[in-house]
Structures are given as structure tokens and as C-alpha cells.
Design a protein around this ligand. Structure first.
Ligand code: FES
Ligand code: FE2
Length: 388
């Protein structure tokens, strides 16, 4: 976030504290329960958001050095990403061109090539087929046209996106829709990846996004964990196309009042949440960034996600590691023991017939914006299909 915006946001938050208010939407918004339960909608979301992408993979720090590689299967499309010698990223379908086996599994570093475990066809880090046993038996299938299928990949402002279909266009600036400058100012390319954890829960994937969409619940759901640190129901909101930013006030924010505006440090006194539509959350917590990448599971009421912690300097030594471990454990305990069990209860309640819709208050503008955006995106796709 640019400096002048930080000061403007701090002013707004201080005004909210003074007036005991928060950012407000124009009215309430009723979100149909089917948004979280309908198999037909889940199928449309899977096709539109996850198989047609684009998919934000995380920050550049996931693959910092040439030869670093990772696989990604959360969309149902098997993908392989690798940092090449010229420092650019390659992305491929993780599908052997012989008979379709997975070429790589997990993640690693120092790769010079990838050898398929089935019959040993070997691909360079540029995806080209560089060797295959009994080459003569395949003479009629020339090597140049049997490299791994490339996927579009873009690395920009320290973030990585992949398109899960080989022929799709990836336009990151349109995607960020005005949030690019805001995000570029964080220098995300300089962050170091500390750890990634994977969670699977019995709830719709959008409930995980909703978890980070308001500060109205802090005093009630998190009296001993988050509430001592953050003000309840005091936040600013800004939309960037279908993305949005919410800034939550820490209880220390009042300290700014005694300081000249030029020296205000917004980061020290807030948590800044970005939702990059549709399934990615960046959470700036003072000196570090947490990213959440949430994906639908097999059913509308299941999901999988990975959570990564990125830190400003590499963790050197035991005490630094202890510090970041504690940080990560606290975050995960709050979410896993408080937020997500609540979401799973909501998910079960959705099927009970208690109500056809849930209601987002005027004080929940981020949730309103997010769910209106989901609806708009699905509606647009539907009209496109109808027109075809
Ligand atoms: S399937 Fe990969 S080498 Fe045969
Ligand atoms: Fe929470």
C-alpha cells in the first residue's frame, strides 16, 4: 500500500474508533444458502474458477532458486512448476507424454530434469523431452513434439499465477483490477517462504474466505486469542474490481494519535487482508505475510486449502525458528479450533432447512462484495454460455 494511502486508512480507522463505527455497506445483503450447498453451483464454480483459472499459486519465495520445483493438484489439474536457469518460471501439465503418468510428486530443489517413474522418459526443466529409453521404438513419435504441455505462467509483483489450461490467456493486471499498485508497494518478491501447511475441512470453500471478511466476530468467537489484540467491528474496506482489501484495527492503533502523521506505521497497528478473487487471501500481519489458497473439495461441503507463512528475512537459528513456529501455531490454533469448527457447524445448519438465506449486515461490506462478485462472475459465465 502506498504511503499516502496508509495515512488515509489510519485516519479513517482512528475516526471509526472515535465514533465507534466501522466501514458500512449501503444496506444488508441476503446470501442464498444454496451458495454453499448447491451441487450445480459447485460444479459451475469448479469449471469457471478452478479449471479455467487463473490460479494464484503464492509468492515468488515459494520457488526462489533455479531448479526449485513444486507440484500443485488442488484444482484437479495436475501442474508442475519449476524455476529455470534464467530465473523465469515454467509451468507444465504434470502428465507424461508417453502414457500419461505423473512425472513428479511433491516439491524439491536442484532439479536438472524430471524423469517419469513409469518408463523413464526424461524432460528438461524447460519441459522438452530430452531422453527416452528404447528411443528407436518411438521413432515415429518425434521428441520435439512430445515435451510436457506448457501452461501459461506469470510472475509479477512477487506473486505467481498459472493458467490450468494450455491455451488460455493470463492477464494479471485485469485480474488485479486496480489492486496492482497497492500490492506492488509491499515488495512481495523480497519475502522468504517459511512453511506451508495443508488443511481439509467439511465446509464449503467460500466459508474459509468468509472467515477473514469481518471483525464483527472477534469478541465473541475469539475472546482469549484475537480479541485482546484487535478492536471488534472496526475496519476499513476498499474494493478493487472483484478483489478487496479490509484493514482491521489493532488495539495499539491509538498510539498513533500522539505521533506526527509522516511517521505513522500503519502495519504495526493493523492486520491488512486482501482477497484476490476468487480463492486467495493475503494477510499482512506487521512484518510477515500469510497466504491462504482455498479450493473446493469433492462435495459442496468440503474444501482443501494451503496456508503459507512468508517472512522478511530467512529464519537463521533456533530462536528465529521458535519465534515463527509460535506465530504460525497460534494462527493455526485460532483458525482450526475456533473459526473452522464454527464454519463446519454453519455448513451442517445450511442443510437443516432453517432458512433459505443468511444475512450480511451493513457492517460486513467485504462479505457483501465478495459474494456479489461470485454471483456476478457466475452470471456472466452463464450468459456467455447461453450466447454461444
Ligand atoms: S508413462 Fe511416463 S515414461 Fe511411460
Ligand atoms: Fe476468526
Amino acid at each position: 500500500m502506498r504511503r499516502q494511502d496508509q495515512i488515509a486508512e489510519a485516519r479513517k480507522l482512528l475516526a471509526h474508533l472515535d465514533r465507534r463505527t466501522t466501514a458500512l455497506a449501503d444496506g444488508i445483503y441476503r446470501n442464498p444458502v444454496s451458495d454453499y450447498t448447491c451441487p450445480r453451483q459447485a460444479a459451475r464454480e469448479g469449471a469457471l474458477f478452478f479449471r479455467d483459472g487463473p490460479i494464484n499459486i503464492g509468492l515468488s519465495g515459494l520457488l526462489p532458486r533455479p531448479g526449485d520445483w513444486m507440484t500443485h493438484d488442488y484444482t484437479g489439474v495436475p501442474m508442475l512448476l519449476v524455476r529455470r536457469d534464467d530465473d523465469t518460471l515454467g509451468a507444465f501439465l504434470n502428465v507424461c507424454r508417453h502414457r500419461g503418468a505423473r512425472v513428479a510428486d511433491g516439491c524439491g530443489s536442484g532439479a536438472r530434469s524430471f524423469s517419469c517413474p513409469y518408463h523413464g522418459w526424461t524432460y528438461g526443466v524447460d519441459g522438452s523431452l530430452v531422453a527416452r529409453p528404447e528411443d528407436a521404438a518411438f521413432a515415429a513419435a518425434d521428441r520435439p513434439s512430445h515435451g510436457l504441455r506448457s501452461l501459461p505462467v506469470v510472475e509479477k509483483h512477487g506473486m505467481i499465477w498459472v493458467g490450468p489450461r494450455p491455451d488460455m490467456a493470463l492477464d494479471v493486471d485485469t485480474l488485479l483490477d486496480g489492486a496492482a499498485d497497492d500490492l506492488a508497494a509491499y515488495g512481495l518478491q523480497s519475502y522468504h517462504h517459511y512453511e506451508t501447511r495443508v488443511l481439509r475441512r467439511e465446509m464449503n470453500w467460500k466459508l474459509a474466505i468468509d472467515t477473514f471478511g469481518e471483525t464483527y466476530h472477534l469478541n465473541y468467537l475469539h475472546p482469549d486469542t484475537v480479541a485482546p489484540l484487535f478492536h471488534n467491528n472496526r475496519a476499513t474496506f476498499a474494493a478493487f474490481g472483484r478483489n478487496h482489501r479490509m484493514i482491521a484495527a489493532r488495539r495499539t492503533l491509538d498510539e498513533l494519535r500522539g505521533q506526527p502523521e509522516e511517521s505513522w506505521d500503519l502495519f504495526a497497528h493493523t492486520a491488512i487482508v486482501y482477497v484476490l478473487f476468487p480463492n486467495t487471501i493475503f494477510l499482512f500481519q506487521r512484518d510477515h505475510v500469510e497466504t491462504w489458497h482455498v479450493f473446493p473439495g469433492e462435495r459442496p461441503d468440503s474444501c482443501a486449502m494451503y496456508v503459507s507463512l512468508y517472512i522478511p528475512e530467512p529464519a537463521a537459528g533456533d530462536s528465529a525458528r521458535r519465534h515463527w513456529d509460535n506465530n504460525f501455531n497460534l494462527l493455526m490454533a485460532t483458525v482450526e479450533l475456533q473459526d473452522f469448527p464454527t464454519c463446519e457447524g454453519m455448513q451442517r445448519g445450511f442443510s437443516s432447512g432453517a432458512q433459505d438465506s443468511i444475512v450480511f449486515g451493513r457492517n460486513e461490506p467485504a462479505l457483501q462484495h465478495y459474494h456479489r462478485s461470485v454471483r456476478a462472475a457466475l452470471g456472466e459465465a452463464e450468459s456467455r454460455l447461453a450466447a454461444e
